[in-house]
Unconditional design. Sequence first.
Length: 141
Amino acid sequence: MTLVRIASLVGVSLLVMVSNFVVSILYMVVYGHVINPGHPKNFYDEHIKVAAPYCSIVAGVPLMFLAGYWVAGWAGSQGPIGVKAALVVWLGYAVIDLGIVLAAGAKECIPAKMWMLVAASLVTKLAAAYGGGLVAARNAA
């Protein structure tokens, strides 16, 4: 893989991360206006701290599957290279996500429950990216 290709794959990782962030925002808009309206801002600020990891898992799986499928399709008939590209997208996402989690936890200790959610998020996204890559490789063959 060339440096340009790796940079493109990391760009796709960032696209998945931003999309996941947008899903969390949309969730909070629906939650705050439809599901549980009428609370002060700090109530919703605390709620998103709890809800965001779950939003990341639920929305992240289809997003990462689609990203894996998309980048694996770039390889054309070279299926195994496409699957590797999908895994590079996941790796880029994992490095960025762990960096954010560690930076956010630098001020305070990160509880074990949060680490379990981070692990669940990354493992499900790994499976989704790999699955997307495999589906694209099978379709190309």
